[in-house]
Design a protein around this ligand. Structure first.
Ligand SMILES: C[S@@+](CC[C@H](N)C(=O)[O-])C[C@H]1O[C@@H](n2cnc3c(N)ncnc32)[C@H](O)[C@@H]1O
Length: 216
């Protein structure tokens, strides 16, 4: 996502409900997590979730990563407007990354998986960037049963958004994975112990802790 018009529309869209729910569900899945450690947001987009996360966890220091420079420009403005420059660092990295300069105790990601050419990139990235015992929380869209069902969802949830966003949402729904496919990805990545749950008519969440000692 690097086109100016597309990114502008995305950064201005109303994600209040799914994004605040993202943070609420993280808190429910990891009630003991203080967020005081290093947090990595993969595919941060305009940093809306990173900002919400930082506000919910005042001790958290976040690295928000995205592969699109244009998106990061909007993220930079949003982070500055929120006065969170000291706690949210933005990095430009198109995944997969060849190396990581540090490891993270919390890794979050929303709606990145279906954008990747190879889904394994996300799970490999998580394994490489996570500290032992890290809390991992990934949310993405659930592929609807049919093209018609995808059209109904676009009308239901994005009728008030600009056409470019409606188009993106439609394509994202069709590019999204089924629960069985995500389960297979997790098993293939050695993350089969993660819990995988459907949390709305269009979202699933994979969450769990990395092993205390890293396995390769
Ligand atoms: C649908 S947006 C989600 C943004 C944000 N997580 C949110 O929930 O608002 C997907 C983001 O993933 C980024 N992205 C796609 N492929 C990527 C890759 N290979 N490496 C890093 N970021 C990528 C896009 O630039 C875009 O900002």
């Amino acid at each position: 996502m690097d086109e100016e018009e597309q990114v502008r529309a995305y950064s201005m869209a109303d994600f209040e409900e799914p994004h605040s729910r993202f943070v609420t569900l993280f808190r429910e899945r990891f009630p003991d997590e203080t967020g005081s450690a290093a947090v990595l947001d993969l595919g941060c987009g305009a940093a809306d979730i990173a900002i919400r996360f930082a506000r919910t966890y005042p001790l958290a220091r976040l690295t928000a990563l995205d592969g699109a420079q244009t998106m990061l420009r909007f993220a930079q403005h949003a982070v500055a407007a929120a006065g969170l420059q000291e706690r949210i660092g933005l990095i430009h990295q198109y995944l997969p990354a060849s190396s990581w300069s540090q490891s993270y105790q919390v890794i979050i990601s929303n709606s990145l998986l279906h954008h990747l050419a190879d889904a394994a990139t996300l799970w490999t990235t998580i394994r490489e960037a996570a500290a032992p015992g890290a809390a991992v929380f990934v949310m993405d869209l659930l592929r609807p049963q049919s093209v018609e069902a995808a059209r109904v969802m676009v009308a239901q949830y994005s009728a008030d958004e600009p056409p470019i966003l409606q188009r993106d949402f439609y394509h994202s729904l069709l590019a999204a994975y089924s629960l069985d496919e995500v389960r297979d990805q997790l098993i293939a990545a050695g993350l089969g112990a993660f819990s995988l749950e459907v949390v709305s008519d269009r979202h699933w969440i994979a969450s769990g802790r990395m092993a205390a000692a890293k396995t390769r």
